[in-house]
Design a protein around this ligand. Structure first.
Ligand code: AMP
Ligand code: MG
Length: 277
């Protein structure tokens, strides 16, 4: 499985990343769905062990342009997972109190504790994306943030957090289709924001900002994966397989069983007898 990990030694050009790419899965949508169903099951099992073991912390960051599929990815991945031990954090326009602090202030309390998987729907990366594109702070300020973010994520990793970051890459035409779908389906209209079309006009600036994020902040301790995301099934398959492979590599184990279950079983059996006597 081609996994689209961003190698900082070989900077990527987003214009060259085909959002329609299907890797080796061209013409194999049915097989891909079966494989994905297997991954969903594996993820559910791995999450059970992670929760039972209470040792690992896993942070999964999802970033994308509007309609890029952040919600859909999380929904599909977590379909079979026990909600116990899984958390979602959404990062919207900062509140006045959040804005009055440094940009990592609202992020740190949301990172995973031992035994947790946390999905970030948007993240501190907005502070070098929307903030850069709209010049909400000066260049002087945002350009220092790449290094600050790398340092923050390094600290989390050194303290035992496994970090995976996914940029879901759709193209301008696909976004248009998805907006049309949102506007024509009464059940999806709520997702549409009048401001979304203004953001769409800034597509190239966002792509430039994303490209810098990918090239400047893909690190050994917190790698980025730039996933072709025009086809939902392929996007899910790629993200799912990276997460499952990473969780497997953590070699998690259920805690040691208690040494003398017999004693307790005996006690339970004796309960009735004691009452009868
Ligand atoms: P949505 O995820 O579509 O509900 O929209 C959330 C909005 O919040 C997006 O337009 C983001 O760009 C915006 N947002 C998230 N974080 C920040 C931030 N740090 N500064 C400004 N806007 C942000
Ligand atoms: Mg939106």
């Amino acid at each position: 499985m081609q996994c689209y990990k961003v190698d900082p030694e070989k900077p990527i050009k987003l214009k060259k990343l085909d959002a329609n790419d299907l890797g080796n899965w061209e013409g194999k949508k049915k097989d891909a769905r079966k494989t994905f169903a297997g991954l969903q099951k594996e993820l559910a099992e791995l999450q059970e062990v992670l929760y039972a073991e209470q040792k690992q912390k896993v942070l999964i960051i999802l970033q994308a342009m509007d309609t890029g599929g952040k919600d859909g990815t999380t929904r599909s991945l977590l379909e079979k997972v026990n909600p116990q031990g899984v958390k979602l954090a959404n990062f919207k326009v900062p509140t006045p109190i959040e804005l009055a602090h440094d940009y990592l202030w609202r992020v740190h309390p949301k990172v995973p504790a031992k035994g947790e998987i946390v999905f970030f729907n948007r993240s501190h990366y907005e502070d070098v994306l929307v903030v850069r594109v709209h010049e909400l702070v000066s260049k002087e300020v945002w350009k220092k943030r790449y290094e600050q973010i790398n340092a923050f994520e390094k600290m989390l990793a050194e303290e035992g957090t496994t970090i995976l970051k996914f940029y879901l890459h759709i193209d301008l035409e696909e976004q248009k289709q998805r907006f049309i779908e949102r506007l024509t389906d009464p059940k999806k209209q709520w997702k549409f924001n009048p401001g979304d079309l203004e953001e769409r006009k800034l597509w190239d600036s966002y792509q430039a900002a994303y490209q810098d994020v990918l090239n400047k902040t893909s690190t050994p301790w917190a790698p980025w994966y730039a996933i072709p995301a025009n086809r939902n099934w392929y996007r899910n398959l790629c993200v799912g397989s990276v997460i499952v492979d990473t969780l497997k590599s953590l070699k998690m184990k259920y805690p040691e069983p208690i040494s003398d279950p017999e004693t307790y079983l005996q006690a339970l059996e004796n309960e009735g007898k004691e009452k009868q006597e």
